[in-house]
Design a protein around this ligand. Sequence first.
Ligand SMILES: C[S@@+](CC[C@H](N)C(=O)[O-])C[C@H]1O[C@@H](n2cnc3c(N)ncnc32)[C@H](O)[C@@H]1O
Length: 223
Amino acid sequence: MNRDEFYSDILDGLACYYASPFIADILTTVGHCNAPDLGAALNKNQISGKLWLTNELYKTADGHLGNIYILGGWYGVLAAILLHDKRFDIKEVVCIDRDEHCKPIAESLNRAHLARGKFRAITADVHQLVYEDLLTSGVSKTVPDVLINTSCEHLDRFADWYAKIPAGTLQVLQSNNYYACEEHTNCVPDLATFQHQAPMRESLLAGSLELKKYTRFMLIGYK
Ligand SMILES: C[S@@+](CC[C@H](N)C(=O)[O-])C[C@H]1O[C@@H](n2cnc3c(N)ncnc32)[C@H](O)[C@@H]1O
């Protein structure tokens, strides 16, 4: 038995044991998509940060989230976690990433949600989004009730992007101090710097999560 069969048997068994459609979708995605860094998207640090987000979002907002936009959404792991979480009532999750390789992988990881019309992936640069014109420009069929960006550490020209965020939309932002990763062009050294970078008129949460190699920061509120 080769290593692929070995891991695939384990994931298959775990999907059965936990009756988990998410694990089943991960297994299908591993088998059908060329996603070398899917392991990084599903590692302990990434999942911990996303579970922290869903739990705090549930505590600070109620479970009725409407249309969620995830910016810099990568492979749609957070979308899948939110959509599998029975505490939330979600109309649709729209996952936006500028890397065209992300869309088919995100659709595969969210295949059940895609089929139910609960998930959509769009390839776009978030700097190009004009939130007020999303419907008329044909970029999207909905407007966001919640905007999530867990890739703030990756976002160049952060101030320009933040200036365009609509003030009445609930925002959930994450960044970190993991300077060692060369793709991280916008890390912050601490929570206070992140709060300064993304000031909120109404702050619902500002917190830190200590992880193995770095600290993740999160802000929830209204600009
Ligand atoms: C490595 S991933 C996500 C890491 C993050 N910790 C998370 O899990 O959400 C960062 C993603 O941001 C995307 N990204 C960076 N700048 C972007 C932009 N201007 N517009 C859209 N996507 C962007 C990248 O293509 C990449 O898929």
